[in-house]
Design a protein. Structure first.
Length: 535
């Protein structure tokens, strides 16, 4: 019956152009990612498991006989898969520049679609040269492609497949060993095992071996989940050292921002601080760009903020802007920074962290440092300068907080290196109001949440319009806000740090995937020489 179903589906697909089929299959890719999971509603509980079959269409499109058709349909699949992940860009209705946003969305989806195409072609090659070992080789290739997305000035490592398992907390604990890369590998491996099973069913071959492999894979998932559950239980039994923190979500409309709104923003933030003060938090956090001015250069607003902090008797981390005189010969004057500030109740000055990872084409043009002439190009970007100091904010309540601004939280190794500096709290301030009521805020929050699992450290995430949340060192959410609402979220936050292999050894799993690929290539070269391959 399964064989007949597969043959009829294949015959229907091959009987015409059927270009709409890869488009529809690509749309389904995003169904495996938040907010479609049990944490939103119990009826969505099975959606994360779609990740274990979502690459089957890509494999089918990539290996068809016609190379031209394989390239076109694999790209179409990748294009709509990317469009489903990045569609929130369309909500960024910057006045007079929305046409650039639409073009940017289409181009971004096309570039990421090319990455899916590259993965599909590599799968086609792997099946040809390694007919037995492609099941393990292709997941390694996929991990390496994802890792490359974290590198360079155009890096935008959004929504890796491994993030689909984030809400399945016991299984997601594997990331404390391998990083998100191990979860991605696991998902792609599951797709490959199911693909192999279906392929053999299509050919009418015996499936006992493939059924055994699928059973072993399911058993591994159960064992890994059990180990993760024990890790979570171990954490819950530890003596707690904690601090009370208040996240202040002002929900300021950045689409109608003007200088006249600065007083309004201050009034909203001051009101939130006053209302949170009775809880006696040890730290308050406002989001990225909460006070959108050069705060240290505006003595009136600076004095007003200091007075509010001293009245609340609570230190504050908040987002604002900063500038410094440019160096001699620079194309910029001054250097402008997207900045996280910290000020204590008794401090005379502000401590600052300047954002180091800038969003390409939004906060800075890529490769400006290499081609200074690009500084004269205006695509509506903010023209921020990159920070260089990995600042840690230390409070009198023994908090050692590493600040991360916006999409800095989606870089696994960047976060890991900051946590290695003796940090016991990660603070992510962001403004996700650009995303609209889409899956974008959920994706962004999910990726920040994964950093807690990887590094065994608590996360306090404050977003202008949501999602603000607290995450404990094993990834459990301890309080969250909704979208587009003014809110105060106060919780006792653990400062315990669970040592993890990922924090200590970093992206060792990625290196292991690279070694596996090198071994496969060496084996292929050896096969050409002696006619035999170990793969």
């Amino acid at each position: 019956m399964l064989q007949d179903c597969l043959k009829k589906t294949t015959a229907y697909y091959l009987s015409g152009a059927r270009w709409w089929m890869p488009l529809c299959a690509g749309v389904l890719y995003s169904f495996a990612l938040p907010p479609l999971n049990h944490e939103t509603h119990w009826s969505l509980a099975l959606f994360p498991f779609l990740s274990f079959v979502i690459l089957l269409p890509l494999a089918a499109f990539a290996v068809q006989h016609s190379l031209k058709r394989a390239v076109l349909h694999t790209f179409l699949y990748g294009y709509t898969a990317a469009l489903g992940q990045y569609h929130w860009l369309i909500f960024d209705k910057v006045e007079g520049l929305w046409h650039f946003v639409i073009i940017g969305l289409l181009l971004t989806s096309a570039v990421v679609g090319c990455l899916y195409l590259a993965a599909g072609l590599l799968f086609r090659i792997a099946v040809h040269f390694f007919p037995k070992a492609y099941v393990i080789i292709f997941p390694a290739l996929w991990v390496l492609i994802d890792y490359c997305r974290t590198l360079g000035d155009c890096a935008f490592p959004w929504a890796f497949l491994g993030y689909a398992l984030t809400p399945l907390l016991p299984l997601a604990q594997l990331a404390s060993v391998t990083g998100v890369w191990g979860l991605t590998f696991l998902i792609v491996l599951g797709n490959m095992l199911i693909w192999q099973f279906l392929r053999n069913a299509f050919l009418g071959a015996a499936n006992k071996k493939q059924l055994g492999l699928l059973t072993a894979f399911a058993a591994f998932l159960l064992v890994a989940s059990s180990c993760g559950w024990f890790r979570m239980r171990h954490y819950s039994g530890l003596p707690r050292h904690s601090v009370t923190i208040s996240l202040l979500q002002p929900n300021i409309d950045q689409f109608h921002w003007s200088n006249n709104m600065l007083d309004t923003a201050y009034a909203v933030c001051e009101s939130l601080m006053v209302n949170a003060a009775p809880e006696k938090p040890g730290l308050m956090v406002l989001p990225e760009s909460a006070l959108l001015c050069y705060i240290t250069h505006r003595q009136d607003y600076k004095a007003r903020l200091v007075a509010a902090i001293r009245h609340a008797r609570t230190p504050l981390i908040f987002g604002s802007l900063d500038w410094k005189p440019a160096s001699s010969g620079s194309s910029y004057d001054p250097y402008v920074y997207n900045t996280a500030f910290y000020i204590d109740t008794g401090a005379a000055g502000f401590k600052s962290y300047h954002k180091m990872k800038l969003v390409p084409f939004s906060e800075a043009l890529p490769f400006e440092w290499l081609f200074p002439l690009l500084s004269r190009v205006n695509l509506g970007e903010a023209d921020f300068h990159r920070g260089t100091e990995q600042t840690v904010f230390s409070t009198s309540t023994n908090v050692k907080a590493a600040p991360f601004i916006c999409y800095e939280s989606i870089f696994p190794d960047f976060v890991r290196r900051r946590v290695q500096r003796g940090v016991n709290l990660m603070v992510n301030i962001t403004n996700d109001g650009w995303f609209g009521k889409s899956s974008g805020p959920y994706h962004h929050a999910m990726m920040a949440r994964m950093r807690s699992i990887e590094n065994g450290a608590s996360l306090a995430r404050c977003a202008n319009s949501g999602i603000s949340m607290f995450v404990d060192p094993v990834g459990a959410i301890n309080g969250t806000t909704g979208l587009y609402q003014k809110a105060i979220l106060t919780r006792s936050v653990s400062l315990n740090v669970l040592p993890t292999l990922y924090t200590k050894f970093g992206d060792w799993f990625v290196a292991g995937c690279g070694i596996l690929i090198c071994a496969a290539l060496a084996s292929a070269a050896l096969k050409r020489r002696v006619g035999r391959s170990v793969f």
